[in-house]
Structure formats: C-alpha cells, structure tokens
Design a protein around this ligand. Structure first.
Ligand SMILES: Cc1cc2nc3c(=O)[nH]c(=O)nc-3n(C[C@H](O)[C@H](O)[C@H](O)COP(=O)(O)OP(=O)(O)OC[C@H]3O[C@@H](n4cnc5c(N)ncnc54)[C@H](O)[C@@H]3O)c2cc1C
Length: 463
C-alpha cells in the first residue's frame, strides 16, 4: 500500500452506522494501518433508535427497541463480537393476545399471523365462524398473483378479511408500525418465499419443519438494554482506532478535488457509508446523485410514541399475570397499537412492587406526534385501562417520541431501492432501516455489507 491510509466516513450512528464503523475499524486493512474510520453523528447521543435510560428506579429501560431476533445471525454476532455474548437474555415465555372487544389469546400455529393449523384457528374466539370458514377455504383457492406486492392484498385474497384484519395486520403491522394494505409483500420474506413457491399457504405451512425444541430463543436482549450494545460497539470501534464524533450534523457531501474521493462538509474521504434515515440521505445525495436521491426521498416513515408506565403490582389485574402483552387491530384502534408488559416479559426489568408496561401509539396512517406528552400519556392510560379492565394509576411515566420511527416499504420497494443503489456513484454506500429490512439484525447486516462493498472497492482498485 501507499503511505497514505484510505479514509471512510460513516454518517449516522444508529445500529447500522455503528455496525459499519465497527466492521471497518476491525478490518484487516484498518489493522494494517491502511484504513481510517470516522463515525459522524448529528445528535449528542450515539445509537439513533437504540436508546436506553433509567425509569421507575430501574437503571436501563429501553425507549426504542428492547430486543432483536435471535434467529437471524447478525444481532447475536455483533453482541458477541463486542463482548456482550454473556449478557444476552431471552424473554420469559408469556402469552400474547389480540384485543377485539376483549382480549383473545393469539391462536397456535400462525405464520406471521397466517394460519397453518385450522383446528387451532377454529378454537379461537377471535374470528367469527364466517371468518374461520372463509380461512378454511384457502387450500381450494387458485394461486394468488404476487404482482400487486401488497401484504394485505395477498392475505385477504388467500384467507379473507378477518385473518387479515384481526391477525396479520396487527401481528405484522405492529412490528413495522405499518398498514399492511400499503406494505410490500416481498419485504416480509417468510411469507413472500412461501407465497412464491406454494399455491396454498395452509398446505405449505403445515408441512414446514417446526423449530426444534432446542432451537434456542426467538429474541435476545442485552441485560443492560440496547444502549449497552451501542456503548460496547462504539467502544470497540474506538479501541480499534475509529474516530467517533457526536453533535456533528453533516450538511453536504461533494465530489473530491479532481473527481477523486469525496468531501464531507469539506473534509476529504475516499468513501462514505450513508447510514442516516432516507430523508436525510436524500438531502445529502441531492446534488451528487439526484436520481437516486429522488427515489430514496420517497421512502416514507411512520411516527410512533412509546409511553412507559409503572404501576403498583398490587393494582395489576391477576388475569394479566404471565402475559407478555397484546396488539390492537386497526378497526378497534384509537391511538394504542400495542401494549408490552415489559417486566413480565423480561426478568431483568423487574422492579420490586412494580409492573412496567410499554405502550406504543401511532402507525402508518395514524399520526400521533401532533399530540403533546400529556395527551399521549392520557390516551395510553385510558385505552389500556379499558382493554385490561382496570383504572390504571401510574406511579412513574415516560413519553418517548419517535419521529420517522419506521420506514414504510410500499409495494415494489425492493426494485426501487435496487435501482437507486445502482445509480449511486462509486464510493458511496447506503445502510440502515430504510432499505433492506428495518429490524436491528437487518440494519446490522446492512452496515456490514456497506462496509464490505467500500473496502472491496477501495482496496481492489488500489492493487
Ligand atoms: C419504538 C421502536 C421500537 C422498535 N422495536 C424494535 C425491536 O424490538 N426489535 C428490532 O429489531 N427493531 C425494532 N425497531 C426498529 C429498529 O430499532 C430500527 O429500525 C433501527 O434501530 C434503525 O437503525 P438505523 O441505524 O437504520 O437508523 P437510526 O437509528 O435512525 O440512526 C440514524 C442516525 O443518523 C443520524 N443522522 C441523521 N442525519 C444525520 C446527518 N446529517 N449527519 C449525521 N448524522 C445524522 C441520526 O441522528 C441517527 O442517530 C424499533 C424501532 C422503534 C422506533
């Protein structure tokens, strides 16, 4: 190599940017002194949507995500790589429910809300007999075209309105704060893959291998909250020489002098990982990649509020003990989308004499951030009190506002993003929730892959 190390800027320190910075800083090129990494974050705090803070006398209750899928490798792998492998805990097995004029346990045998077991569905009181019969006709229906790429459209065509509105929309929609009628089917690979291969989901789902009893937990959370993953990843990246800047909002990127490399607010770099949300990325790309910027700028995002509440354990209704929470389908919804009974779900969240709940409000098509904190809190207390049948008297409360919380993957999102990425000039790579999956593991993967593409480009070109 020449004497000058290559420099890569990572813009945005959400979990995608942290993963990119960590991958770059721990690369062979960085170890050899051939690569310098600078992580640049607008906020004073690292982590983006990963935020953990004290609540109700507990030192670390998450305000955003509280866990990640364990059956995708990237979350667990990053936690292990930064020394948190022994800190990962799994939720206690609690039953979840759906509110439909009363709480109904989620039936067994669902695949992201779609039935694979007609008998389990028949036993549930969540659907009417008409709804169950309609669902049971699924194996006799002709193949459903995937051309529309609408999750809601596909599920309704296969199973009817009730399975869609009472199961799939709340179960899947609540993960992404989505309205599944306007959400890409291809963005939910477990359903899309099955739908591409099989005519009938019910028949194909029934013959799918069940997870082995020793398959391990579905979710993991670091005992110190997701904020501990942020801290440990940033510390590891720093320990490997990465520079981490906070309170620095990048305002412009431009081509470098003589068309070589890039300038980030005037500072020269050889390549850039853009790991900020789509709207911010589109602004930064507007001059240098206008077509890609226009496409990326059209990825909308839904806002949500997360209201945390602690109640006296003595006020907690007995019939809720052992449950992990519940979901509220669209037709039943005022503002609350879901309530998670945090201290029942996570043993590391337990506080003596208290029950901690996290209540989500808002989703795509149901804006909530025009309401002030008091209004959000009042709505959460009133609606959840109604659902669980007690007048709730919180002893601790907290309102977390998430502007642009969840990018919305409209039908044909994947094609549009592939085209936009194909139009990016050399030396720029995208990472983060707006593109190829918005769960924490998918964001970590996107950061790793963006880092890998840029190092491959820089160091293959240099040879
Ligand atoms: C309430 C909530 C609950 C969730 N629950 C879960 C869950 O349980 N499990 C799960 O897997 N996922 C969950 N998610 C989704 C997941 O947390 C997010 O999709 C993911 O954390 C997004 O990471 P990111 O790095 O793409 O973006 P972000 O976290 O949004 O980070 C982007 C960063 O870029 C910075 N930035 C923006 N503009 C600039 C600029 N010009 N210059 C420098 N920096 C800039 C921002 O300040 C921010 O820090 C949840 C999300 C929310 C909001």
């Amino acid at each position: 190599m020449g004497t000058q190390p290559r420099r890569i800027a990572v813009i945005g320190s959400g979990v995608a940017g942290l993963s990119a910075a960590h991958t770059l800083a721990t690369s062979a090129q960085a170890a050899a002194g051939d690569l310098q990494v600078v992580l640049i974050e607008a906020d004073e705090r690292l982590g983006g949507k990963l935020q953990t803070s004290p609540f109700a006398g507990h030192p670390a209750i998450d305000e955003g995500p509280d866990a990640f899928l364990a059956r995708l490798p990237w979350g667990t792998a990053l936690a292990k790589a930064v020394g948190l492998g022994d800190e990962l805990v799994a939720p206690t097995a609690g039953k979840a429910a759906v509110w439909w004029d009363g709480l109904h346990p989620i039936p067994e045998g669902l695949l992201l809300g779609m039935p694979t077991d007609v008998l389990a569905l028949a036993r549930s009181k969540l659907l009417t007999w008409g709804g169950k019969l309609r669902a049971a006709t699924e194996p006799f229906r002709p193949r459903t075209s995937l051309a529309e790429d609408s999750l809601g459209g596909y599920v309704r065509a296969r199973f009817g309105d009730q399975v869609h509105l009472r199961l799939v929309d709340p179960l899947v929609g609540s993960i992404y704060a989505a309205d599944t009628d306007h959400f890409s089917l291809a963005a939910v690979p477990q359903i899309y893959d099955l739908a591409s291969k099989a005519r009938s989901i019910l028949i194909a789902g029934r013959s799918m291998p069940k997870p082995a009893p020793n398959a391990g937990p579905v979710f993991y959370a670091p005992r110190g909250g997701m904020g501990s993953l942020v801290q440990a990843t940033a510390d590891a990246a720093r320990a490997h020489g990465a520079e981490v800047r906070t309170g620095t909002a990048v305002a412009a990127i431009e081509p470098g002098a003589g068309g070589t490399g890039w300038l980030v607010d005037g500072e020269p770099f050889d390549a850039i990982v853009l790991a900020c949300p789509a709207a911010a990325t589109a602004r930064l790309l507007a001059q240098v990649a206008p077509e890609a910027a226009a496409t990326i700028g059209q990825v909308p995002a839904a806002d949500v509020a997360m209201v945390s509440i602690a109640l006296h354990a003595r006020d907690w209704p007995r019939h809720m003990v052992g449950m992990s929470g519940y979901l509220v389908p669209k037709p039943m919804q005022r503002l609350v989308t879901a309530a998670s009974f945090g201290s029942q779900k996570w043993t590391h969240w337990q506080v003596d004499e208290l029950v901690i709940l996290r209540i989500s409000l808002g989703r795509d098509g149901l804006p909530v951030l025009h309401l002030d904190d008091e209004q959000l809190l009042a709505a959460a207390v009133e609606e959840v009190g109604h659902h669980i049948g007690v007048a709730m008297q919180p002893v601790h409360t907290r309102v977390s506002r998430w502007n642009g919380a969840f990018p919305q993957y409209r039908p044909h999102h994947a094609q549009r993003i592939a085209e936009a990425e194909g139009r990016l000039p050399a030396g720029l790579a995208l990472a983060g929730a707006s593109y190829h999956g918005m769960g924490v593991p998918a964001c970590i993967r996107s950061g790793k892959e963006a880092a890998g593409r840029l190092t491959a480009m820089l160091f293959t070109m240099a040879q």
